[in-house]
Design a protein. Structure first.
Length: 287
């Protein structure tokens, strides 16, 4: 039986983190899962094996191995992960731009990257995992993780006001908003705005906006049996059907037409705070 728990941290972490999550006893019949981009970062700690594997998108015989804890940077495309590393796992789902106070480097250096936590936090990463392994209950694990993150947070590091403003706008109405609608309301040049946004969030404003528009599509079609794809494309701000199809295929890794997406995934998809995960018995069949 799979145990799944979520925990919403208290201030000051709540300003930067959506939630903590925990899986125990997760043994799906499929070998891989496809994590779709949402513009945020994810901290993942394997509580069973000291190993996490991330597969090459096109060749699943190739993969990168990491010690049992890593930070997944902001991705502009999908990621293929190994389900055997998820049997007992705890993680942190940061808000977009929310990992900034916990890093000693600009967020854009982690774009489309996975980095072992010991590379970022040294021996503290090993210490965190050891403490989590000793904790006996989900609540105790969450409290340990919460306390360590408070200690690691540099409270003097905050997002640039222009980034805070832009994120609020992009997340609220990605289907109606254009980049120019944001840049004309801030007192920064376009070049400077792109720079500070990348440093805080890890993606360019255009990349982030495209991802939020894609996520908006997924929210609209979730649970639907019959979807008017033309209406969805127009409502979400795509120029035309070819533009929509190209974007959908690019972000999802789903090489077939979007109409096939629901048929394949309607029973094997779930959402975690905006992060959509395909549960695929044979992931290669999607490409």
């Amino acid at each position: 039986m799979t145990l799944f728990r979520m925990y919403h941290p208290q201030p000051p972490l709540s300003a930067y983190i959506n939630l903590f999550w925990l899986y125990e006893g997760y043994h799906p019949p499929h070998e891989m899962e496809c994590v779709l981009p949402d513009g945020s970062m994810e901290l993942v700690i394997n509580l069973e094996e000291d190993l996490i594997m991330v597969y090459d998108q096109k060749n699943h015989d190739q993969f990168k191995s990491f010690r049992g804890s890593l930070l997944s940077g902001p991705h502009s495309n999908f990621v293929v992960i190994d389900t055997s590393a998820q049997a007992s796992t705890i993680g942190v789902h940061f808000k977009p731009g929310g990992a900034f106070p916990f890093l000693n480097l600009p967020a854009n250096e982690l774009r489309n990257e996975h980095v072992s936590l010991d590379t970022l936090w040294g021996t503290k990463a090993v210490e965190i995992r050891e403490q989590l392994l000793e904790a006996e209950t989900p609540v105790a694990k969450f409290k340990i993780l919460e306390q360590y993150l408070i200690e690691l947070m540099v409270q003097s590091k905050t997002n640039h006001p222009a980034v805070v403003f832009a994120l609020k706008k992009f997340l609220a109405s990605p289907h109606q908003l254009k980049i120019a609608d944001v840049t004309e309301q801030i007192s920064l040049s376009s070049r400077r705005f792109i720079q500070v946004f990348k440093e805080d969030v890890g993606l360019t404003p255009i990349q982030f906006h495209r991802i939020q528009r894609f996520q908006n599509v997924l929210r609209l079609i979730e649970g639907g049996e019959q979807v008017d794809w033309t209406d969805v494309a127009l409502f979400c701000g795509y120029y035309d059907q070819p533009h929509f199809i190209h974007e959908f295929q690019s972000f999802s890794g789903f090489a077939q037409q979007p109409t096939t997406y629901i048929k394949v995934n309607k029973k094997i998809m779930f959402r975690l705070m905006g992060r959509v995960i395909f549960l695929q018995y044979n992931y290669s069949s999607m490409t």
